[in-house]
Design a protein around this ligand. Structure first.
Ligand SMILES: [Zn+2]
Length: 186
């Protein structure tokens, strides 16, 4: 009798783990962020993962730019010419980076902004690679490579944040917020 119940438990456990694997398979076919547990648009907590951990989580094009400091080909981002009203987030961790009203047409081939959402949303690092003196911009929450900032932007800042569209996520402003802005905040 005892043996029988042990066998029964063993069989049940096997079934259980089998259905779990099946579920996992489904979830990996879902959107990229479901795999990415650190992705959050609310959390301010810093994210510190190793490159091998990121490699498991991120799609290969995002990994190449965010962690290997790659650059997407110019004129390839759907955000390059976009004029939609909303917020741009880090595609790696969900950190809010830029508002669409600071986006401008730079003609350089990458989405360009003149100002980040806040001082802490971006980290600045000197970059001496490729025989150039540039300032690299990284996400303030997960330190992913985003692009570079140059001093030939429009007023009021005079800065041009040249950002790879692959590492950006965009969310349209909600209708209510849009109306609020149209009425000038009344
Ligand atoms: Zn990030």
């Amino acid at each position: 009798m005892k043996l029988l119940s042990i066998i029964l438990v063993a069989v049940l456990m096997q079934q259980c783990s089998f259905s779990q694997t099946a579920n996992n398979k489904n979830s990996t076919m879902d959107t990229t962020h479901k795999k990415n547990e650190v992705y959050s648009r609310e959390s301010k907590e810093k994210v510190n993962l190793s490159d091998s951990e990121w490699k498991k989580i991120l799609p290969s094009d995002v990994y190449y730019i965010a962690r290997e400091k790659g650059t997407e080909r110019p004129w390839t981002s759907k955000y390059e010419e976009s004029k939609e009203v909303g917020t741009y987030y880090c595609a790696v961790c969900g950190n809010p980076l830029f508002k669409s009203d600071t986006k401008f047409e730079s003609g350089c081939g990458w989405p360009s902004f003149y100002e980040p959402i806040s001082k802490t949303s971006i980290i600045y690092t000197p970059d001496h690679t490729h025989g150039m003196e540039r300032t690299e911009v990284q996400c303030g929450r997960c330190k992913s490579h985003l692009g570079h900032v140059f001093e030939d932007g429009p007023p009021p800042t005079g800065l041009r944040y040249c950002i790879n569209g692959v590492v950006l996520d965009f969310e349209k402003a909600k209708d209510a917020e849009k109306k609020y802005n149209e009425k000038g905040g009344q």
